[in-house]
Design a protein around this ligand. Sequence first.
Ligand code: FEO
Ligand code: CA
Ligand code: CA
Ligand code: CA
Length: 558
Amino acid sequence: MEYNRRKFISFLGKASLGTAIIPPFLKFCGNTNTSISIEEISSDHLRYLKNLPFERLSASNKDDLLLAKGLEYHTLIKWGDKISDDDNFGFNNDFICFMPLDDNNLKDGLLWVNHEYVNPLFVSNFNYRNYKNPQQHRTIEQVDKEMYNVGGTIIRIKEENGKWQIVENDPHNRRITAKTPILLNWDTPIKGKTRVIGTHSNCSGGITPWKTFLTCEENYDSFYGETEYNEKNIPSHIPSWYGWENFYNYPPEHYGWVVEVDPKDGKAQKHIALGRFAHECCTLYELKDKRVVAYTGDDKNNEHLYKFISSKPHSLKEGTLYVADIDNGKWLALDWENQPVLKNKFKDQTEVLIRAREASKLLGATELNRPEDIEIDPITGNIFVSLTNNYEKNDFHGSILKIEENDGAFDALKFKATTYKAGGEENGFSCPDNLAFDLAGNLWITSDMSGSKMNQEDGPYMPFKNNSLFVIPRYGKEAGKVIRIASAPKDAELTGPWFSPDGKTLFLSVQHPGEQTTDLNKPTSKWPFDQDNIPKPAVVAITGDLIEKFNKLNQIEE
Ligand code: FEO
Ligand code: CA
Ligand code: CA
Ligand code: CA
């Protein structure tokens, strides 16, 4: 049966149509946030969802992308594939976001894909494991290859006969790399520049109500290092792992930001007002007056959770950045003008934003166990935050934190925080990372157990085997349980889950398969099993009855 837009909107709730929280094409898309109440789902729909039949997948250490019964996949694009005569798909794809070119045709649009980092063994033919200080043994040609393979890709895709395909050489197809010039959305230059070179470390991201992509610079210190300050406030440079600063003299302060990309022309800007740290993601909510609230976490041990509230419609520059005091349920303003403790330490608001971690600690923000992806529950409006783990604090399995803003107001300055679900053997998952709600409000989770610790005898991750994709059904006998839906190839992580607007396809990144490889002739993984016989990160399109059942599409009649 053909997917029916009108009926589907009515399923999600008529009330949601009146509150323009997200672009029209996303109103019926579970990737982001529209508030609907449970009463708006009819009893027929609820009965259907409660009786949803499915079989869970067992944990596996097989070198393959395994899917639960009722699902199949095809590889949409993989590392090195041509997107145009000039450009190729980058390495280690992560966040995925689909945007139709025309709201009246949801089967034709632009896919944004992050390329987070590179494995030099594959990308620049450099076996870093042979060197104690790999950054001292590189050539500029190798570094240039690495710089090309991070950033992001915009590619046009179309669905024809039920199968999504890339449109090679479409004029929209382009790469953003570590060499792309990018403007700073800020009035004060940073390290003397208003325009900087490149983006990298692009982990997860988000989407704006004005139809642009957000890509977040996470472990930026790996590429150009970091500036650290001693107790006398004297700065020093901490070298990076990749050592790019030995070839290009770009300051660390130009990285660690949320970057916005215009899908139509690829123009990018870095949003200084959202602070500088290891941004995992940036999840936006549009208030009725068109101001926006942006949630973003700092994925590092003992760092923080932030939210930005704009003071002007659709601005990611004018407004206030807050950091969470979880223990007292308060958002603390990172506001130089009105916080004496910040005025004493930093010279201006720009410095507060560049050194957001230090500023947050001065305000007494709560240290968290690596806040990663953030999603807003489309039915309750609660905010879910993955806390991956904190090995040093013996939190091996992480948890999912639930934030309830006071009176459900996203611009509230007080909230309640509780643990929604703890990782561990009892709940059947460990190290939650990416989150996505589907069209019916089921929560999908990917895991990120580190490649070096997975499948280790006597290690905490042995029972979970390979990284996986899970779903927590909202309704029925299995409601609240964590069900494994996909198992990743060896050493890989499944990232960037994103549903197509019709809910029939789940786009998913398979990132860093075979990452533990030490010898290219003996890779630990060969997925996706192409003619090159080496592992390649790739984006897959998962389809099948089970996805449609979860999204409840085959019950929607004319
Ligand atoms: Fe790149 Fe926080 O995962
Ligand atoms: Ca991640
Ligand atoms: Ca997400
Ligand atoms: Ca992660």
